[in-house]
Design a protein around this ligand. Structure first.
Ligand SMILES: [Zn+2]
Ligand SMILES: [Zn+2]
Length: 503
């Protein structure tokens, strides 16, 4: 009863397992090419006759073009379960590859061992290093073999070898000389880039190009950049600057995407990213040098104005390049504070060690209007006192503020907007106008200014106005076929190179 159960179990197991093949020993494996026959040994008929014929044709082409001999052995099972040892023994016994060149390869499928191996001769280890064999077996052959499609699996391996070896010949290289094939193994791999990545890639590329355009818009040629060498990029004429900073990266992205080298678009994108990062760092350095020079000339208010002007640009750069430009020390506000409170020499006696006065102390040095400006927050004043000569110097920092403007009477930044009335609203057919009423907090002078409103766009309800008073804007021997024609293998030997993959 027990034995019946066991045999039933065995039968059931066998149904789900591989069919039982008798193990083939090296000695019992007949060399199909011994008499000028096929390069494929297929004693268990794992491969269809059509596949054997196709593989034979491809292997013959490889040998004709490169001299490299490749044998294919498909077995149900190898004796001793040692696939590597079996491959090495067959290699030596048959002598695959030309004598002296040792440029042979053996593709061995051992079904019961669930293993496929590419075994290479000494002379092929440069062209087909183990890692390449590994990728071919694992990524190109195993998927089909695992599903029982032995024809497809073995053909995929043979075709990969053919493409790799022939690419070297097309590039004029000698396979036997150990030259690398012109084709890289990744180019044989199926492209499995997910759609989302492609989209993200284009999104990033578009972002970089927009960054380049903004970069371009901010570029003002002729600004003293200061510094030698690469800093001179700042002095390029505008069209050349546009070509370098926008055209070049754009061209790179488009060209590489059209050429479709797998993996390379990401590399190119990284390159463009690093290019802009490098340019941004150079620009940051040039800016620092320019500001340092201004500091030397005691143009403290100018430093604040330039940094305020650069805030938007560097905010964008910090967002695109969080490392390192997101760091605090690159922020214009931090830089402005640094320059504002940096110790300085006296402009009168050139001695170092001036002291910055407190708000209460500095009032003695400020006029009434200046004090009102400071109390309104329209202008910030610093007064520095020299301990050596007793001289002082003041710095005025105008605060960007839409609420205060310069009084035409007393010239203080003390004029406040009291009322803004629209007299005629703009319509789709005609523009409108309005009046702004001001009062000066220093001299009490009342002023008013009219402004016009732009005609409404027909498809929009939002009104954009342009002010008449405002003026600010933001701005071989390879092909020599083997002498050992088709009468058999050439007598090459293997050092055991290659790689197996199992499933
Ligand atoms: Zn002094
Ligand atoms: Zn006034």
């Amino acid at each position: 009863m027990l034995s019946v159960c066991r045999s039933v179990l065995c039968c059931v197991l066998l149904m789900f397992c591989l069919p039982a093949f008798t193990a083939t020993s090296v000695e019992s494996l007949a060399d199909p090419r011994a008499n000028g026959g096929s390069r494929v040994a297929n004693p268990d008929s794992l491969l269809s006759p059509a596949t054997v014929a196709q593989i034979d044709a491809e292997l013959a082409e490889i040998e004709r073009a490169t001299g490299v001999q490749v044998a294919v052995v498909a077995l149900g099972s190898v004796a001793g379960d040692d696939v590597f040892g079996f491959a090495q023994s067959v290699f030596e016994r048959w002598g695959i590859g030309r004598k002296g060149h040792d440029d042979g390869a053996l593709i061995l499928l051992a079904l019961a061992q669930r293993t496929v191996r590419i075994h290479t001769g000494y002379g092929l280890e440069g062209v087909l290093p183990d890692v390449v064999c590994q990728r071919i077996t694992r990524e190109l052959m195993l998927p089909a073999l695992r599903e029982g499609r032995y024809d497809d699996g073995m053909l995929a391996g043979v075709q990969a070898l053919r493409r790799l070896l022939l690419s070297g010949v097309e590039a004029g290289q000698s396979v036997a000389a150990g030259a690398r094939p012109a084709l890289r193994v990744v180019e044989l791999m199926p492209r499995t880039e997910p759609e989302a990545w492609l989209t993200l890639r284009w999104f990033l590329a578009a972002g970089l190009v927009i960054a380049g355009i903004i970069w371009q818009l901010r570029y003002r040629p002729g600004e003293p950049a200061g510094g030698p060498g690469l800093m001179r990029l700042q002095d390029l004429p505008k069209p050349l600057h546009a070509a370098v900073f926008t055209g070049l990266p754009l061209l790179m992205i488009v060209a590489l995407d059209r050429l479709h080298p797998p993996g390379l678009p990401w590399l190119a994108l990284s390159g463009v990213y690093l290019f802009y990062l490098g340019a941004a760092l150079l620009r940051a350095r040039a800016l620092r040098q320019r500001l340092d020079a201004m500091f030397e000339r005691s143009e403290h208010a100018n430093i604040a104005r330039v940094l305020n002007d650069e805030r938007g640009f560097w905010g964008l750069m910090a967002a695109i390049f969080p490392l390192p430009l997101g760091q605090n020390r690159f922020a214009p506000e931090v830089l402005a504070r640094g320059y504002r409170f940096a110790p300085r020499a006296c402009p009168h006696c050139a001695q170092p060690g001036m002291k910055r006065l407190s708000e209460a102390e500095e009032d003695a040095f400020l006029s009434r209007i200046e004090q009102i400006e400071e109390s309104l927050g329209a202008v910030e004043y610093d007064v520095w006192l020299c301990g050596t000569c007793g001289g002082h110097s003041g710095v005025a920092f105008a605060q960007p503020d839409a609420f205060h403007s310069r009084c035409p009477d007393c010239q203080g930044m003390t004029r406040e907007l009291v009322n803004d009335e629209v007299r005629y609203a703009a319509t789709a057919t005609s523009g409108g106008s309005g009046v702004r009423h001001y009062r000066c907090r220093a001299c009490n002078k009342r002023t008013r200014e009219t402004y016009s409103l732009a005609r409404l766009a027909s498809d929009s309800t939002s009104s954009s106005f342009s002010s008449s008073s405002s003026s600010s804007s933001f701005s071989s021997d390879s092909a020599s076929s083997s002498s050992s024609s088709d009468s058999g293998w050439g007598g090459g030997s293997s050092g055991g190179g290659g790689s197996s993959s199992s499933w």
